[in-house]
Design a protein around this ligand. Structure first.
Ligand code: FAD
Length: 502
């Protein structure tokens, strides 16, 4: 039988996407394939992906990364939540905390009982029952206790903030130690097979030709192979997510090391604040139709905790996704596959899940069309569901202080999102389809935080007496408070376990 195994994998680009892919493939393929990363120092990387979601722990486990070493190497901190400021109305503040809230009680999920008592004016804010939100507020940290399944300590879910450039450097060391090779150089042209248009080689400025069977396009926004070579096309979602620029600037650290990202809404966009050990990462994501670059820079600079450590730099983007993220023998991973603004810190997760999917559908020389179609279907589903969750934050605003926010509140949204909003508004029901990324609890926190109150609730909430429900809710709140009280502070935990060397 003919051997149809592919041999050479070429990864175009050495940003977060390129080195995450190289590390994962070098680990999983156990040296059986040749893996080469081609990157250009002259072009550089985006290097602003600094906040993540808890699934990144899984990536680190699969590639065998020790958490403490990783945080030391990347000046990282822990992340338990995102705090949203000024999103519902100006002055509003709420958190989307990671992990679950409450435990089984009666025949329904926690949220229906909580909403019932909340409507009667008896229950506390949702935050009081969420361990990660209470830890965030108290500036505490400890990892989940896997040995205590019935405790809120088991519900702690954490992610990280880290310096993306240091992460890429750290991963490069690991990938190279497992056999991945690196070529420094600028790609100036791409060669395709005449018969079917498959990419067969890339050509560098110095004339070197690098051949491959499978090409992974991690070249960032330019999409060197997936778009510039294969003209795959891009679906533009900026009518739903109109922000099209960001300016990023690091600043000096603040005295308190917060274990959460902050997203503060401004006149026509929002600003992120990501605390690292050695500095704070900041950026203003905005809509250029409503705000000039100069005004955006001045808003950013006037909302920093400390002295800026550089000049703000402008990054332009168009929200959307590639029509196909796998086309012929090219798989686009990272910014080359699409872009969703970092409001829920999902880009690095999209890299990770694309890698997992690539491993699931790993090709041979036949590049089977059915497998590729399924890969593309799954990518699209994932992108669209995250897109809906991000749009929700814009749609559900009650701000009347700017044309931008009024336009967002009035815009029609995708049917899939409108359905979820309608369902929650009608009966407080939360829908999670096919294991999509964001859980019911995540949706609940945004609905509540941005003031959408259901008209009715599930009729079965009445099967429990009010007294029983309140006893249960009070119990959850009390245990959460007790757990948080005994935890170490976030800065103290880092100092003890994972302080960076400089
Ligand atoms: P890049 O970092 O752009 O890397 C591209 C690589 O391709 C580089 O190595 C470059 O040298 C190489 N290359 C390109 N052209 C050539 C060529 N001709 N020859 C040779 N090499 C070439 N994600 C999160 O998860 N959390 C966040 O908080 C977050 N914040 C973000 C904020 C902003 C404003 C933006 C724009 C993105 C953010 N992201 C975030 C996304 C995150 O930064 C990216 O997903 C991540 O950095 C991956 O980028 P990349 O590797 O695809 O591309």
């Amino acid at each position: 039988m003919q051997n149809t195994t592919i041999k050479n994998i070429v990864i175009v680009g050495g940003g977060t996407a390129g080195w995450m892919t190289a590390t994962a493939l070098a680990t999983v393929l156990e040296g059986q394939y040749e893996i080469r990363v081609v990157e250009s120092d002259e072009i550089g990387i985006v290097g602003v992906g600094e906040a993540t979601i808890p699934m990144i722990q899984r990536f680190n486990q699969v590639v065998g990364i020790d958490e403490n070493e990783f945080l030391r190497e990347t000046q990282g901190t822990f992340k338990l939540a995102i705090e949203f400021v000024n999103w519902g109305k100006q002055g509003d503040r709420y958190m989307h905390g990671f992990g679950t809230i409450g435990q089984d009680f009666g025949s329904l999920r926690f949220d229906q009982y909580w909403q019932h008592m909340r409507k009667l004016g008896k229950a506390d804010n949702l935050a009081a029952y969420s361990i990660t939100r209470m830890m965030g507020k108290a500036n505490k940290f400890m990892p989940a206790r896997q040995d205590m399944p019935n405790s809120p300590l088991h519900q702690i879910a954490h992610a990280y903030h880290f310096d993306a450039s240091l992460y890429a450097r750290y991963l490069r060391k690991i990938a190279e130690s497992r056999g991945a090779m690196r070529t420094e150089g600028k790609i100036v042209s791409v060669s395709q097979r005449e018969a079917d248009g498959f990419v067969d080689a890339i050509i560098l400025e110095n004339g070197d030709r690098i051949e491959g069977d499978l090409f992974i396009d991690c070249s960032g926004f330019r999409g060197l192979l997936i778009e510039q070579t294969l003209h795959t096309g891009y679906e533009d979602w900026s009518h739903w997510l109109p922000c099209d620029r960001a300016q990023a600037v690091p600043c000096e650290s603040a005295p308190e090391l917060l274990p959460y990202t902050r997203a503060t809404a401004h006149r026509a966009g929002w600003q992120w604040r990501i605390p690292l050990q050695h500095r704070i990462g900041n950026g203003h994501v905005y809509c250029s139709q409503y705000v000039s670059d100069d005004e955006a820079a001045s808003v950013l600079l006037s909302n920093l905790d400390g002295k800026p450590l550089a000049d703000p730099r402008v990054i332009k983007f168009k929200t959307g996704m590639r029509n196909k993220t796998w086309n012929k023998n090219v798989v686009a991973i990272g910014l080359s596959s699409g872009f969703l603004e970092p409001l829920e810190s999902t880009s690095i997760h999209l890299i990770q899940s694309a890698i997992a999917r690539l491993i699931d559908f790993f090709p041979d020389q036949s590049f089977n069309a059915v497998d590729i179609a399924e890969y593309n279907r799954q990518s699209r589903f994932e992108y669209e569901r995250i897109r809906d969750f991000v749009i929700l934050h814009y749609k559900l605003n009650q701000r009347d202080d700017s044309d931008f926010w009024k336009a967002c509140a009035a815009m029609p949204v995708p049917d899939s999102l409108q359905h979820k909003i309608d369902l929650f508004r009608a009966s407080g029901r939360l829908l999670r389809v096919d294991n999509e990324l964001f859980t019911e609890v995540a949706w609940l926190q945004v609905f509540e935080g941005q003031n959408l109150i259901p008209e009715r609730l599930h009729p079965l909430v009445n099967l429990q007496t009010g007294a029983d429900t309140m006893e249960y809710l009070d119990g959850v709140r009390e245990v959460v408070q007790k757990c948080v009280a005994i935890m170490p502070g976030h800065a103290a935990y880092i100092a003890q376990h994972c302080k960076a060397r400089s």
